[in-house]
Each structure stands twice: as C-alpha cells, then as structure tokens.
Write a protein that binds this ligand. Structure first.
Ligand code: HEM
Length: 395
C-alpha cells in the first residue's frame, strides 16, 4: 500500500527533488547542550494545535449572543456528545499553554538564546506570549457567566484610564458604553478568527527563524560554531523521541485535570448584580495587583512598561556571555522580575477575601495585607465594589 502510494506520487511529482531538503531538516544535528527544556517550544505548539481543534468542536454548538452564549456552553457540557471533555480540555489547555509558553520564554532567557543573531526570534516570541494572554482575556468572556462579565467590565475599565486614547479604546473594546452583546461579538471575532490566524503566522515566522539559525549553543556571541553532521544530537530520532515523551506526559496532565478538576460554568451574567469578589484569571493577577498600589495612570504606566522591557531585552543586555552563571546582572534582574510576579500574583489571589491562618480569621484587604477580622472597620472597598458603585445598569 505504502509502495503504491509512493509510486502514485512519484509518477506525478519529482520526489527526489523534495527528498534532499526534507532529509536535511530531519537529520539536522542539534548542539550538545540540547536538553529536556528544549522541548517546551514544541509543547507550546502542541497546545496551540489542541486549542484550535477543541475550539472548532466548541464552535459547532456555541452561539455568541447574550441570550444564547451561556445556554449553548451549558448544552455543550451536559448534552453534546463528549462536550464536557472537549470544553474542559479547551479551558485547561488555555491555562497550560500560558504556563508552557512562559516556561519556554524562561528557558530561552536562562540560556541566553535571545542574543545575537536570534534577537528577532525573541521579539516574535514576546508577541506570541502577549497574544496568548489576549487569547485568554477574550476567551474568558465567551461563556457569558458572572465572573467573566464582571472581570471584563473591570479589565476594559482599566484600559479607559490610558491618557488621551483611553476612553476611545474602552468604547472600541466594549462596542458601546457597557459590556454587552456588542462586546461579546467583538471578543468572539477576535478570539476565533483574528488571533488564531495572527498567532499561526507569527509561529510560522518564529519556527522558520529557529530552523534557519539553528538552536543556540552556550558559546559566547561571535564564537558560536555550527554543529556539523556527526556532532551534537540528531533532531531525528533522538530529540523527536524526547518531544514524544513530553507530549504524552502533557496530554496525560491535560486529560487528568479536565476529568478530576473541571472548570465550573457558574451563573449566567447579570449586569445588575455584582458578585462580592471577582478577580481576573490568575495570569492577570500580578497586573491587577500592581494597579492597586499606584494612582491609576501610574499603575497603567508600570504595567505597560513590562512588555516593552521584554521586547527590548536583547538590546538592553549587550554582554556576549550566554551561560547563566556568567551573566549575573541579567540573571538577577530575571530572578527579581519572576519573584515580583509570584509575590504580586499571590497577594492578588488572597486579596479581598477572608482567610483562616493559625485558627484566626483574617480579612485580607485590597493590597493583600491581612487584618484580624475585628479590626477591619476601615477596610478600603475593592476594585469590584468601587466598580459596582460606578457602573450604570445595563438594560
Ligand atoms: C506559541 C508560542 C511559541 C511557540 C509555538 C514556540 C516554538 C518554538 C520552538 C518549537 C522552538 C525550538 C525548540 C525550543 O527551543 O524549544 C523555539 C525556539 C525559540 N523560541 Fe519559541 N515559541 C513560542 C513562544 C516563544 C516566546 C514567548 C519566546 C520568548 C519571548 C520565544 C523565544 C524563542 C527563542 C529565543 C528560541 C531559540 C531558542 C534557541 O535557539 O535556543 N518563543 N520556539
């Protein structure tokens, strides 16, 4: 069968001409320093493909209107064949994709792979990371539940504080004064059409760059030697096998999480009732926490500078060393940035909630500072409470 198929094509196309470049790519030797962490890029790709496939399945029954969105997701979860599974894989996949893309970025940071000549690979990578975040933000609204509705209201409100263009951006995102049907349509189009295609093309450019320039060695900039055939690790089958192992582990984690800890749909969005504590998704928590500590404008500036800093990083770090132990300044900056994200995220997670520590009840305020419950009389209102007092009701 295989032989006949091959012959069918051979009679129509010059397969010999194709064979050379394919073999060359397949057996391209990778440098000696290639490790398990070098599988994170292809795992990001796998999760993207999984999101596209489960997203297509969701689209069969999903309806992007205020009256039908919530019910259609409920239908998918309760009535459609295996709908609960592909909805959970999509929801968990979104979270895992962010983690894996972030870890991949961290790996390329630690190994100094963003340095000359791979600055552009890094820059396109940063765009991929930001787009993955926008994927999360736009997808979160689509089930049209309470959490999503109010998180989007606050999220778009933040954009409104940007100087000069803020109000325009907010109205543009919402498609009107409030979050409503227009917002849902816009987020839907961005989530299912614009973002997948933009991400696809940027991934393509990213991968072509990686293939053309090869995986970085640990040699300092300017003294990298090309890995010759016979040296290093062959891409096929050695590295592909590693990728296969990590792929099955990730698939196992994805399915286990989807079955054991499914995402709840919650209640349908009600613009007239603000729930007590809603927070953005965990990956926006550090950002959400930062804007609480500063006046709105300064907060937005601080949050906005992060991505710019990431984009410009290959220009800022001019040292030629790649090994992390020979780059004390950039590694210190990286560790401090990572710690800030973790601390701010944790404070954001615990803020505006009541918790028990060592048998005592604490009311954790908007800044993430715990107060014994008896002493919370002067607690500041949360962003959501403030939003509730401000937002006009939607008919
Ligand atoms: C959807 C997201 C992404 C996909 C599918 C992807 C895919 C890949 C793949 C398959 C590789 C080669 C294997 C590897 O090094 O793991 C790679 C390399 C690379 N990626 Fe990504 N990537 C993504 C996001 C990012 C991000 C967010 C960054 C950093 C900001 C980044 C920066 C790089 C760099 C610098 C390399 C070259 C690594 C080296 O030569 O050692 N990528 N990417």
């Amino acid at each position: 069968m295989k032989h006949r198929l091959k012959q069918w094509f051979a009679e129509r196309f010059d397969l010999e001409q194709l064979k050379g470049p394919v073999q060359k790519q397949l057996h391209k030797p990778l440098p000696k320093n290639i490790s398990w962490a070098h599988t994170l890029g292809s795992m990001s790709l796998f999760l993207f493909v999984s999101q596209v496939l489960t997203g297509i399945l969701l689209l069969i029954y999903y309806r992007p209107t205020v009256n039908e969105a919530f019910e259609s997701v409920k239908f998918i979860m309760t009535k459609s064949y295996m709908g609960w599974l592909y909805r959970q894989i999509h929801a968990w996949g979104a979270n895992l994709m962010l983690i894996v893309v972030f870890l991949h970025m961290l790996r390329t940071f630690i190994t100094g792979s963003y340095k000359k000549p791979r600055e552009l690979t890094w820059v396109f990578g940063v765009f991929l990371f930001l787009l993955t975040l926008v994927f999360g933000f736009t997808g979160y609204l689509l089930p049209w539940n309470q959490l999503a509705y109010w998180a989007t209201t606050v999220g778009t409100e933040v954009a409104g504080a940007i100087p000069v263009l803020g109000e325009w951006i907010k109205t543009f995102l919402r498609g009107g004064f409030n979050v409503g049907g227009e917002t849902l349509s816009r987020f839907f189009v961005v989530h299912v059409i614009i973002l997948p295609w933009v991400l696809f093309f940027i991934v393509l450019i990213h991968l072509v760059l990686v293939r053309i320039q090869g995986i970085a060695t640990m040699d300092p900039v300017g003294s990298e030697k090309e890995t010759k055939p016979g040296e290093g690790t062959p891409f096929f089958p050695n590295h592909v096998l590693k990728e296969g192992v990590v792929f099955f582990i990730l698939l196992g984690i994805l399915i286990t999480l989807s079955i054991l800890t499914p995402f709840d749909l919650g209640e349908k969005a009600d613009p007239l009732t603000t729930p007590l504590a809603i927070k953005p998704e965990w990956y926006f928590l550090p950002m959400y926490q930062v804007i609480k500590y500063f006046p709105k404008l300064v907060g937005i500036f601080v949050v906005g500078i992060g991505p710019l800093f990431l984009l410009a990083w290959p220009l800022l770090d001019k040292s030629s060393n790649r090994h992390p132990l020979h780059r004390p300044i950039s590694m210190t900056i990286g560790i401090l940035a990572l710690l800030s994200l973790l601390i701010l995220g944790t404070m954001g997670y615990f803020s505006e909630s009541k918790r028990h520590f060592f048998g005592k009840e604490y009311d954790i305020d908007i800044y993430g500072i715990p107060h014994l419950v008896s002493s919370n009389a002067n607690r500041r209102p949360s962003l959501f409470e403030a939003e509730k007092n401000k937002a006009p009701a939607v008919p």
